[in-house]
Design a protein. Structure first.
Length: 201
């Protein structure tokens, strides 16, 4: 399956240099007012692709679920990790994103020769790495990691909606929507809200 051959150019260049394990890393949930920030790390089999594979924000929820299961079944190695809301408040969202990414990389069952990191920062990443701006549009591995992070975070927020039903987390996933602000106004923050984000409102 090679619907998106352009998504393999970065990985191909790495393999041409003799690397054998290249992982993509991406995060989800930097912007919400509540909940964890998640990160995924994925080492795909060489050339693996799927017609749905793309930046997670451009894939429908149903297709993301399909991809999530496929990636977990077929990846050479994969890992999902996170940083808690309390950690985000303590060390700020940028550092928490990096912490979640590092935890995801460390959770891989295969040690990568190189980590392709979505974005332009890799502070705190302890394996050899290369940052890739808009990487989820340029790398199959990063796109796969973005799917894992997004789906895992959405599922977590649906679970949190059962714990804190008054906030309707299942509808907005913690993002700063009109509904979310209305519920915050009515009920105040709960234990998974990022208090530093609420002060910026």
């Amino acid at each position: 399956m090679t619907e998106h051959p352009d998504l393999w150019q970065l990985e191909q260049a790495c393999y041409a240099q003799g690397m054998t394990a290249v992982c993509g890393v991406d995060e989800a949930g930097a912007g919400p007012l509540a909940g964890r920030v998640y990160a995924g790390a994925v080492i795909l089999p060489r050339g693996w692709s799927h017609p749905y594979l793309n930046d997670s924000k451009k894939v429908t929820p149903r297709r993301r679920d399909i991809l999530y299961d496929l990636i977990c079944q077929e990846a050479v190695a994969w890992s999902v990790a996170w940083a808690e809301a309390e950690e985000i408040d303590r060390i700020n969202i940028l550092n928490a994103r990096m912490l979640a990414m590092e935890r995801a990389i460390q959770g891989l069952s295969v040690k990568p020769d190189l980590a392709l990191i979505d974005g332009n920062r890799s502070t705190g990443i302890t394996v050899p790495n290369q940052t890739v701006v808009k990487g989820d549009e340029k790398s199959a591995s990063i796109a796969a990691a973005s799917i894992l992070a997004k789906v895992a975070r959405d599922r977590y927020m649906v679970q949190m909606a059962q714990v804190y039903p008054q906030y309707a987390f299942e509808r907005h996933k913690g993002y700063p929507t009109k509904l979310h602000y209305e519920r915050l106004e009515e009920y105040g923050p709960c234990p998974i809200h990022r208090l530093t984000f609420l002060k910026e409102k």
